[in-house]
Each structure stands twice: as C-alpha cells, then as structure tokens.
Design a protein around this ligand. Structure first.
Ligand code: GDP
Length: 195
C-alpha cells in the first residue's frame, strides 16, 4: 500500500464527534500498551501519527486516522490498565459498545494481543465481543521480535486456545520494530476493503 497521506481526523469521546460514515474503516482493539499506536504508525510509515506512549491507559478516546483520503484506521481506547478508576472502566465499555454498535462503515476490528503473554480475561471478552458484533475476529500478535523463532508456535498456539479462535481465524505475528507482518496486514486490509 502506497501511503500518500495520513492524518488524524479527531480524538472522539462521543459519537457526535465521530467523522462522517462516508469512507470504510478498520479499528484496532487491545490492552493498553499492547502496541496499537505503534502498529498504526508502522502501517502508515509515520513515526508519530498515533502517539505511542510509555505510560499506558491515559487516552480514553477513539482516534480516527484518515489514510490517502480513502479510509480510516481507528485506534480504540486500551483496556486492562490497573490504575484506571472503575468509573473510567465503565466509561470505556460504553464507549466501545456504542462505537461497535452504531458504526455503519466499520468493516473489521483487529484484536491485538502481546505474543509473549497468555491473553487476559478482558482480551477474551473483547474477542467474543468482536465476534458477537459480526466481525471475523482477526488477531494480531504484537511484539513478535521479543521472542525467538523457536518459541513462536507455542505462543501462537496458546493465544489461539485461550481466545477459542476458530481454525480459519487469522492470527498474524507482527512487529513494529522489525516491520514483520506489515505487508501481510496490508493484504488483509486490502481484501477487507474490496468486499
Ligand atoms: P498502545 O498503548 O497499544 O498504543 O501501545 P504503544 O504502541 O504505545 O506501545 C507500547 C510500548 O510497546 C511502547 O514502548 C512501544 O515502543 C513498545 N512496542 C510496541 N510495539 C512493539 C514491537 O513490535 N516490538 C517491541 N520490541 N516493542 C514494541
């Protein structure tokens, strides 16, 4: 994918702030710090389009990025940050549900999990949610550079089992450090937009 332009449209906290539903979009869900921003930056060849941060859990906004004036990539607020107050967790749930429920131009939601760790209960919930709303349930295993090739299959298998993924569900190892998985991801995104 040749990236001609990539810009933030808005960091939205409520639906009235969402951009118009006039172009297709794909969203990225996952725990805080899993690598959502880094993945969006990798895909768009931008260092700071989506702000990556070392202090997770701060952003409770839905960030819409417009790519080539043709589609949106959407960074959903991260979950699972222990220090976040309960009220803000509830807020998070409502925010995501409202978005998934009402967004007509949303074609797919990618779930990101850290390749090193067994998916958490919240990861499982998010994944079931994604499937419940009728999306395929494509999972990206982030930070693949952090484990050795020899360990990889074992980790991928644990993710598959824990999330109860179907055999045909895609599980793609990616790394924003080495850019592994970037081309495959763009192919998958291309397929989704062609439908
Ligand atoms: P987000 O909260 O999900 O948006 O996560 P970020 O993209 O901000 O990444 C959180 C931290 O993980 C940052 O310190 C990143 O540099 C680091 N990180 C993200 N992706 C990778 C990766 O593929 N490999 C490695 N080694 N570190 C990564």
């Amino acid at each position: 994918m040749k990236i001609k332009s990539a810009e933030i449209v808005i960091s939205a906290v409520k639906p009235t702030q969402y951009p118009e539903e006039n172009m297709p979009e794909i969203a990225f869900a996952g725990r805080s710090n899993v690598g959502k921003s880094s993945t969006i930056n990798m895909l768009t060849n931008r260092k700071k389009l989506a702000r990556t941060s070392a202090s997770p859990g701060k952003t409770q906004t839905i960030n819409f990025y417009r790519i080539n004036g043709q589609f949106h990539l959407v960074d959903l607020p991260g979950y699972g940050y222990a220090k976040v107050a309960k009220t803000s967790k509830e807020q998070w749930g409502k925010m995501i549900e409202t978005y998934l429920n009402n967004r007509k131009n949303l074609l797919e939601v990618f779930q990101l999990v850290d390749i090193r760790h067994k998916p958490t209960e919240q990861d499982q919930q998010m994944y079931h949610w994604i499937k419940y709303f009728g999306f395929h349930g494509i999972v990206l295993a982030t930070k693949a550079d952090k484990i050795s090739r020899g360990q990889r299959q074992k980790h991928l298998q644990l993710i598959r089992e824990t999330l109860e993924m179907d055999e045909e569900d895609l599980l793609i190892p990616i790394s924003s450090e080495t850019r592994e998985g970037k081309e495959e991801l763009w192919e998958v995104i291309g397929e989704i937009f062609r439908v």
